[in-house]
Write a protein that binds this ligand. Sequence first.
Ligand SMILES: *Cc1c(COP(=O)(O)O)cnc(C)c1O
Length: 376
Amino acid sequence: MKKKTKLIHGGTPQDKQTGGVSFPIHLSSTFKQQSVGQFEYEYARTANPTRQALETFIAELEDGVAGFAFSSGMAAITTIFKLFSSGDHLLISNDVYGGTYRLIVQVLVKEGINADFVDTTDLKEVEKAIKPETKAIFLETPTNPLLSITDIRAISKLSKAYSLRTIVDNTFSTPYWQNPLTLGADIVIHSATKYLGGHSDVVAGLAVTSSPELSERVAFLQNSMGAVLGAQDSWLLIRGMRTLGIRMEEIEKTSLQIASFLAQHPSVKQVYYPGLPTHPGHNVHYSQAKGYSGIITFECGDAEKAENLAVSLKYFTLAESLGAIESLISIPARMTHASIPNERRNQLGITDGLVRLSIGLEDPIDLIEDLNGALS
Ligand SMILES: *Cc1c(COP(=O)(O)O)cnc(C)c1O
């Protein structure tokens, strides 16, 4: 089955009982047992039919063994990090999502889990950073907001050689374009709040595991920690995911036009977009993903210019988040990455003049006209 068809017919597309074409929202928190211990569903934290329909769906889309739905992307990441314990060490890709950075340096460290941030685009540097107590490599590709590309196959291979887990936050590429588990990763994570939901109306996280052993451990953690996604949000997410294919195709087309426009604009210093052949990670990205998403980051000079731009656009809403039908603009240093200390931000190249666009489904002609007007 091709991806686009899988998006429509995958998961649990119908209600067996009624033939309902839209899978129902099961709100029941508990379920009648036939006799003691005899049941299909027991209690909704452990399993809920609507959440399960979503979990089956994402597992199919990521070619994994089992899917898990959480109350946010951070809840998914937190739960997955519970696979590790005091004394363990993790390697994390540079410029990870600000919330993940904060979780690691302010929360996990208190639990005795240590981490080093490395440039995962440089395999030698990653190998050098592996310690005897290292247990996993956690990466994003493309990263946020600089869109640097890590070779998932190469990192997974390295991980296996050292008996480490490879965990990939696949939020930016989505399962429509990129499937880390088929490239050798062990766990894939999504902030489904972004492209998967796609309409800025649900906060959710997903994880997919590659083996029965890992699936069992994550199921145990999901149930034990309890940060599960509710039935209504599960339904809303399934509804959003059904159109992921056409959204991603359209967003990619528009984004390429906008990235090309920005690249030749005199007021724009540098454009980061993996879809441009000039992007340093272009070839690696193309070797592991079928397309590019709609995140374009560019340098417009300084904080003042960035702020002026952000408030003078008509069709780009100044807001956090990304991946929805409406185009958004943000200033990473002041917004999504504000939880990263100034010094570290500068080290990473997340300057005050950096602007991040999330391209939506508007007509590219309007978006380019809007940007052209605001930049001049
Ligand atoms: C938004 C985001 C997260 C966090 O997800 P929430 O749903 O906001 O909790 C994690 N990783 C990436 C790459 C994100 O963009």
